[in-house]
Design a binder for this molecule. Sequence first.
Ligand SMILES: Cc1cc2nc3c(=O)[nH]c(=O)nc-3n(C[C@H](O)[C@H](O)[C@H](O)COP(=O)(O)OP(=O)(O)OC[C@H]3O[C@@H](n4cnc5c(N)ncnc54)[C@H](O)[C@@H]3O)c2cc1C
Length: 395
Amino acid sequence: MTHYDIIIIGGGPAGIMAAISACHYNQKVLLIEKNKRLGKKLAGTGGGRCNVTNSGSLDDILANIPGNGRFLYSVFSQFDNHDIIQFFEENGVALKVEDHGRVFPKTDKSQTIIKALERKIKEEGASILTGTEVVSVKKYDHQFHIKTADKEMTAGKLIVTTGGKSYPSTGSTGFGYEIARHFKLSLTALEAAESPLLTDFPHKLLQGISLTDITLTYQKHSITHDLLFTHFGLSGPAALRMSSFIKGGETIYLDFLPQKEDSELLELLNTYSHKTVKNALKTLLPERVADFLAQPFPDKVKQLNSKQIQELMQQIKHFPIKVTGKMSLAKSFVTKGGLALNEIVPKTLESKKVAGLYFAGEVLDINAHTGGFNITCALCTGWVAGKQAAVRDEI
Ligand SMILES: Cc1cc2nc3c(=O)[nH]c(=O)nc-3n(C[C@H](O)[C@H](O)[C@H](O)COP(=O)(O)OP(=O)(O)OC[C@H]3O[C@@H](n4cnc5c(N)ncnc54)[C@H](O)[C@@H]3O)c2cc1C
């Protein structure tokens, strides 16, 4: 039976980074991943371009981690988003910063990131077993015993980076929670987060359109970000963020032109008074959106009476959308809930109850907005768990 200093279960961003840092601190490391390739979910982020981190300040980053961001102060003081950027640049990946601080490889290809991570793991000397599912984990004789279908190995320390329960087709089927239950560790309730919204909106007319920096409002919550109209309703960062505040059954309001004050918009409409409403709106909005909003107003702008002008303004600035529900956990981007953080040491990510057992990434009760923030959490907690497991005394 082969013995390792550290075994890591799960080859997503958290596990890969844990393997790299543990090796960096001179440990004999094995990373086990059940998919044939590492980083399957990571590859699908940012529309297949891999939104590897975010360039914001620490305050920005924390503001975008609604699920227990403050737990990560100690992690970010050891390894943060700027270290991620430096890490990739030192490993030959040219990066670029897009809107809202989102960081991508200049190639716009996830494979650039995945290949750089694979190269680095090999360079650091970690062993990797892909296409191998861990089926059980036990601890006795001061060692972890890890079983796959046909192998058993032991380790002094174990890092669990199996992800959450969203998009299980990428491999994150919740095995980490089984490990937690085996060791009698507490779990908080799992919920869907960053969920696309189901609506009764006449979306066929707008299906496939994405809008930049619109505002969605529900009660005191106002979110300005990008929005995508889909065949089922709404997706894109604005809808995913709004999903934290609603359950289904609420009416939310869409401002198609939040950059324009009412008075400014009225002035613009007056400038185009000789045009049809449709053509006037086309100067301000994408053509299909203009067609959609102008449907009830076939006339020229100058032919509208003041009540109709008010109605048109409402359509543009305060368009009501009834949300009928949210996508399920499996079809949401992120899992809220997981390993209870009051049982994890914030500085080391080691379990307070089981010596030598570490957790990193989405398996923890931490959830962030899309835009690179979850990946930042995964890479930073991964690095810290790997390092801390490496430098701490034998159990
Ligand atoms: C479509 C989509 C788009 C997203 N876009 C963004 C975005 O733009 N920005 C952002 O910040 N976040 C985004 N996310 C979320 C982000 O991808 C995850 O939060 C992140 O990948 C979590 O990393 P992780 O390493 O903790 O887990 P994962 O990436 O889920 O990796 C866990 C790994 O563990 C493996 N595993 C599980 N059980 C076992 C087992 N028993 N044996 C062996 N291996 C096992 C799995 O196969 C998997 O590869 C997106 C998610 C999805 C689904």
